[in-house]
Ligand binder design. Structure first.
Ligand SMILES: NC(=O)c1ccc[n+]([C@@H]2O[C@H](COP(=O)([O-])OP(=O)(O)OC[C@H]3O[C@@H](n4cnc5c(N)ncnc54)[C@H](O)[C@@H]3O)[C@@H](O)[C@H]2O)c1
Length: 331
């Protein structure tokens, strides 16, 4: 297969970006677009020069792979339809609305010998590399993902809309089963949780405290990680970070790019510090290119159905606990 024939299902806010990026990728051709609102399909087709499909079947007849960029409630049905038609699928996050649906899609893709990638775009954030600087498992992680209010995305709780990004990052860093979850949430402007906090305890002792809000005045996407002798802060919005390491004064190990912020003779320790700044690039192009390469070169995808289903299962567990607590307060 040389150039992948690629289609976009759902030409709304994010779908139009998918179409634009696919059209610019060298080893793919955007052959078709479809949205249940014909005017949206036409707009995407005119913008990119692809086929303006009147039905999903017409799109599936003209592609090898699809981006599914429809509302979350329809991810499962549309991804399943595309996989059953023998097409490789990049479905936006969250993979589906239930763990069972996530598993079914993952198993279907495996059975059909097709690639299934999920749009957890933070894995393609240049700052993601920063998480690898922590030697050994983090003991405590503090996460904040805050955005300003937008009417889009309100059909699902903020946990599925935003916190799921950090849950996926968390599970990619902490390789241990989740042991316990505490959570609370408040529906402030919509009828679903708009702000949520979760404390996640892992079997290896790692604890994570995550907050997600879609009603914030300021935007923030930050993880702070603590382990023995280490503090690492990664800013996924600014693509920067900071790493502090406590080392013995006589440690001659080279800390390339670090400088000594403090020497403390009485304790025989020094603090090494490094400011992190990552080169910016278009993350959606990186995500789609990685999917296209996985299909063409038959390589594993970077964000699998299994990983995305694990993030979804944890998100649903948090949502259930948060809703129970919320209902208890209201009654
Ligand atoms: N990865 C990220 O960071 C990120 C960011 C934003 C949105 N998203 C996800 O992308 C998805 C789409 O979000 P959006 O903001 O573009 O929403 P949107 O409402 O702007 O667009 C969705 C589009 O899908 C169309 N549609 C609905 N059902 C369809 C169907 N069965 N077949 C074809 N078209 C259909 C709608 O008409 C609409 O044009 C959501 O699931 C959301 O969670 C991910």
């Amino acid at each position: 297969m040389n150039k992948l024939r690629y289609g976009v299902v759902g030409c709304g806010h994010l779908g139009r970006f998918h179409a634009e990026k696919i059209a610019a990728i060298e080893n793919a051709t955007l052959t078709a677009a479809f949205d249940i609102i014909p005017e949206k399909t036409t707009a995407a087709a005119l913008q990119t020069g692809c086929r303006d499909c009147r039905a999903i079947g017409e799109l599936l007849d003209n592609v090898d792979a699809v981006s599914i960029v429809v509302p979350t409630e329809s991810h499962f049905a549309e991804a399943k339809r595309a996989l059953e038609a023998g097409k490789h699928v990049l479905v936006e996050k969250p993979i589906a609305t239930t763990e069972a649906e996530g598993r079914e899609l993952t198993e279907l893709a495996a059975r059909m010998g097709l690639k299934l990638q999920v749009g957890h775009i933070e894995r393609f954030n240049p700052a993601f590399a920063g998480l690898g600087l922590l030697p050994g498992p983090p003991r405590f992680i503090e996460g904040h993902r805050l955005t300003q209010f937008s009417p889009r995305g309100l059909a699902v709780a903020v946990i599925l809309e935003l916190m799921i990004h950090d849950l996926d990052l968390l599970l990619s860093v902490v390789k241990s089963p989740v042991q316990d979850v505490h959570a609370s949430a408040v529906a402030v402007v919509s009828d679903k949780p708009d702000i949520a906090n979760a404390r996640i305890e892992f079997a290896n002792g790692t604890v994570a405290n995550l907050t997600a809000s879609r009603i914030s005045v300021k935007k923030m996407r930050k993880l702070r990680l603590f382990s023995k002798d280490n503090y690492l802060s990664v800013d996924f919005l600014k693509m920067t970070g900071e790493h502090f390491v406590l080392a013995p004064l006589d440690d001659t190990k080279s800390y390339d790019g670090y400088f000594c912020a403090l020497q403390h003779e009485p304790t025989g320790r020094k603090i090494m510090f490094r400011q992190l700044a990552y080169p910016t690039y278009d993350m959606l192009t990186a995500e789609i290119s990685s999917f296209v390469d996985a299909v063409i070169l038959d390589k594993p995808v970077r964000v699998s159905g299994t990983a995305a289903t694990a993030a979804l299962a944890l998100a649903k567990r948090i949502e259930t606990i948060a809703m129970d607590n919320l209902n208890r307060i209201m009654s």
